[in-house]
Design a protein around this ligand. Structure first.
Ligand code: TSX
Ligand code: MN
Length: 588
C-alpha cells in the first residue's frame, strides 16, 4: 500500500470521523474494476448494457434531484473573503467546519470507505499532481479509474511527499438541502457532501484540476485552465497545437475531436484534451500544455456521427452512461442520436417513455470514457513535457455581435478578450434563450480565487515567456436576419483554424478593425463551401454601434471587481472605446 505517514494519518483521521463498516484502498487493478462493477450491478447502481453492441458499457442513474453541478452550493473557503472575489460563494473555514464538517460525523456507517489515490497528468510528468479521494461511492471510485491515473501508480508517484490534494466525499443522504462542495485552497483540501453527480463528486476534475489548481498555478507561476487542447497536422506533416476556452454549449468536445471534411485533404486533427489544460513555460520560453485527465466526461445529447464521429466511436466500449435512456435491446439512447426514437424505451429515470413525452435522456446526461479509446487521440497526449501551444482561442455563442474570428493586437489585448468573454444561453440551459452571460475565460464557475487577481496573473504570464502564444477569438454561431447560422461550423471550422495557424506562422493576410485583426478578404479558404465571399464579409462585419454597447457592458462587468481590477484592462477598455469612435469617423 503506502508508508506515507501524512496520508495514513489523514485517512485514519477521516475513518475515525466517518466510521465506515470497511476501508478499501483502490489499487487500479483489473480485478478491482471487475469487483466494483459486480458490486454496483448487484446493488442496481449500474445496469449492464447490451454486451454485444456495447461491450463493457453500463448505465448509471443518479438521484433525480442530483443531475448537475450545483453552483449555489459550491464554496471557496479561503481565510479572507476578498480572496474568493465577487464571482464566487465564500464560506469561512470556521463556518465550513461547523456546517459541513459536522455532516461527515458517522456518515459512512454501514458503508465501504474507498481510498482512491490518483494522478492528474501523465505519470512522472513535472506538470502532474497527486490527489487522494476518500469516498463512499463505488460509482465515484470506478469513474475516477477512467478519468485519472488511479491506484498504486499514484502512491508510487507520491512516495513520502506531503504534497497531495485531500479530497473527501460522501453521498450523505443525497438531500439537496444538505449538499455542500467546499474548497480550502490554502491547504489543498476539498469536501463534498450530499451529491453523487460527476462535477460535484469526482473531485479530481472541476474541484481539484480547476478550483484548487488555479490557485496553485497563481502561486507557482503557471495556468490551470478550462480549455481543450488539440493538434492540427498540415499536409506536410507539421503539427501545431492550440488551446481553446469556450463557455458551455459551444461544442468544446466536438472541436477537440474535429474530423476534417473531404475538401480539407491532407489535414488531420489530434485530440489531446477536451476540458482542462495545465500550461507552463518550458526552458525554451514556449508555453507547454498537458491534459491532466485520462478520460472524457462529456455531454451525451447531440452527439452523433455527424456532430462528433470520433466521440461516437470512443464511447462504444468501456463507457459509463449516466442518465441516458435505454432501448428494449439495452442500448443507450439520447436526443440527437437518430431522428426517430425507438419504440419501447425507458427514460433516464427508468420510466416507460412514449414519443411526445419530455426528453428521454436528461439534457445533462454524460459519458465517462477512456481518452485512449478516441480514434483521434494524439500520440503526444501522454508526453510528460506536454505539447507546445502556438495559439490560444477564446470563443462564445453570439448570434449577432462577434465576427467569425479575429486576432488580438497583443497578449494584453488578448487577456482583455478573455476577461470579456460572453455567451448567449440556449434552450438546454434553464431560463430564457439568448440572454448574454459574461463568462471570462470560461472560468466563472471554476476559478478558485478572486477573478481580478486571476486577470492579473494572466497579464503576468504574458511577461514571463519569451514566446507566448497569439490570442484569438472565434464565434461559430452568428446568424442572419432569418435566424439561420451563417457559418457551417463543425469540420469546416478547420478553415478558421488554418487562418489562425497561418497568422502564427507569419502568414495569413489581415484587415485592421477597432476590435482586432480580421482575416483579409480571401484569407480564409472557402473552396467547396456554399459560403460566399459576400457571406464572409457579413460574418466578419463589425457593427460599431453594437460594439459600443458591448464595450459599455464590459465596463459594468469590470466594476464588480472594484479596486482589485488591474488598471491595464481598464486602459484596454478605454482604448477599445477610442478605436470604436475613430472607426465611426472614418466611415462617415
Ligand atoms: O459543436 C458545435 N460546433 C463546433 C464543432 C466542431 N456545434 C454544436 C453546438 C452545441 C454543443 C455547432 N453548432 C457548431 C460548431 O461549430 N455550429 C453550430 C451551428 C450550426 C448548426 C447546424 C448547422 C450549421 C451550424 N447546419 C446544419 O444543421 C445543416
Ligand atoms: Mn467543462
Amino acid at each position: 500500500m503506502t508508508e506515507n505517514k501524512d496520508l495514513l494519518d489523514w485517512v485514519a483521521g477521516v475513518e475515525k470521523k466517518v466510521r465506515p463498516a470497511k476501508v478499501s484502498w483502490c489499487d487500479g487493478s483489473e480485478e478491482e474494476k471487475a469487483c466494483l462493477i459486480a458490486d454496483l450491478s448487484a446493488s442496481g447502481h449500474l445496469i449492464p448494457l447490451n454486451e454485444e453492441k456495447w461491450p463493457g458499457c453500463h448505465l448509471h442513474r443518479s438521484h433525480h434531484q442530483d443531475v448537475a453541478r450545483t453552483e449555489h452550493l459550491t464554496f471557496i473557503c479561503t481565510e479572507n473573503e476578498e480572496d474568493a472575489g465577487p464571482t464566487n460563494h465564500w464560506m469561512s473555514p470556521k463556518d465550513a467546519d461547523r456546517k459541513v464538517g459536522s455532516l461527515f460525523e458517522g456518515c459512512m456507517e454501514g458503508r465501504t470507505m474507498y481510498v482512491v489515490p490518483f494522478i492528474m497528468g501523465p505519470a512522472g510528468s513535472p506538470h502532474s499532481k497527486v490527489g487522494v479521494q476518500i469516498t463512499d461511492s463505488a460509482y465515484v471510485a470506478l469513474s475516477l479509474r477512467t478519468m485519472t491515473r488511479m491506484g498504486n501508480i499514484a502512491l508510487e508517484q507520491l512516495g513520502t511527499s506531503t504534497d497531495f490534494a485531500r479530497c473527501l466525499h460522501s453521498l450523505g443522504d443525497l438531500n439537496p438541502d444538505r449538499r455542500f462542495i467546499c474548497h480550502f485552497q490554502e491547504k489543498s483540501e476539498i469536501w463534498s457532501y450530499g451529491s453523487g453527480y460527476g462535477g460535484n463528486a469526482l473531485l479530481s476534475k472541476k474541484c481539484f484540476a480547476l478550483r484548487v489548481a488555479s490557485w496553485m498555478a497563481k502561486e507557482e507561476g503557471w495556468l490551470a485552465e478550462h480549455m481543450l487542447i488539440m493538434g492540427i497536422e498540415d499536409p506536410q506533416g507539421k503539427v501545431s497545437y492550440i488551446a481553446a476556452a469556450f463557455p458551455s454549449a459551444c461544442g468544446k468536445t466536438n472541436l477537440a475531436m474535429l474530423v476534417p471534411p473531404l475538401s480539407q485533404k491532407g489535414y488531420k486533427v489530434w485530440t489531446v484534451g477536451d476540458d482542462i489544460a495545465w500550461m507552463r513555460y518550458g526552458k525554451d520560453g514556449q508555453l507547454y500544455a498537458i491534459n491532466p485527465e485520462a478520460g472524457f466526461f462529456g455531454v451525451v445529447p447531440g452527439t452523433n456521427t455527424k456532430t462528433n464521429p470520433n466521440a461516437e466511436k470512443t464511447i462504444q466500449k468501456n463507457t459509463i452512461f449516466t442518465n441516458v435512456a435505454m432501448t428494449p435491446d439495452r442500448s443507450p439512447w439520447w436526443e440527437g442520436r437518430d431522428k426517430t426514437a425507438p419504440a419501447g424505451m425507458i427514460d433516464w429515470q427508468g420510466r416507460p417513455w412514449r414519443s411526445g413525452d419530455a426528453a428521454a435522456a436528461h439534457p445533462n446526461s454524460r459519458f465517462t470514457t477512456p481518452a485512449a479509446q478516441c480514434p483521434s487521440i494524439s500520440p503526444e497526449w501522454e508526453n510528460p513535457e506536454g505539447v507546445p501551444i502556438s495559439a490560444i482561442i477564446f470563443g462564445g455563442r453570439r448570434a449577432k455581435l462577434a465576427p467569425l474570428v479575429f486576432e488580438s493586437f497583443n497578449w494584453q489585448h488578448g487577456v482583455y478578450l478573455g476577461a470579456t468573454m460572453a455567451s448567449e444561453t440556449t434552450a438546454a440551459a434553464t431560463g430564457a434563450v439568448g440572454v448574454v452571460r459574461r463568462d471570462p475565460f470560461a472560468m466563472i464557475p471554476f476559478c478558485g480565487y478572486n477573478m481580478a487577481d486571476y486577470f492579473s496573473h494572466w497579464l503576468e504570464m504574458g511577461r514571463k515567456g519569451e514566446n507566448p502564444p497569439s490570442i484569438f477569438h472565434v464565434n461559430w454561431f452568428k446568424t442572419d436576419e432569418e435566424g439561420r447560422f451563417m457559418w457551417p461550423g463543425f469540420g469546416e471550422n478547420l478553415r478558421v483554424l488554418r487562418w489562425i495557424l497561418d497568422r502564427v506562422h507569419g502568414k495569413g493576410a489581415t484587415t485592421d478593425s477597432a476590435i482586432g485583426h480580421l482575416p483579409a478578404p480571401g484569407a480564409i479558404d472557402l473552396e467547396g463551401l456554399e459560403t460566399t465571399e459576400a457571406d464572409m464579409e457579413a460574418l466578419l462585419n463589425i457593427d460599431v454601434e453594437a460594439w459600443n454597447a458591448e464595450a459599455e457592458d464590459h465596463k459594468a462587468f469590470f466594476e464588480k471587481f472594484g479596486d482589485r481590477m488591474p488598471d491595464v484592462l481598464l486602459r484596454e477598455h478605454q482604448s477599445l472605446v477610442e478605436r470604436l469612435s475613430r472607426s465611426v469617423t472614418q466611415e462617415v
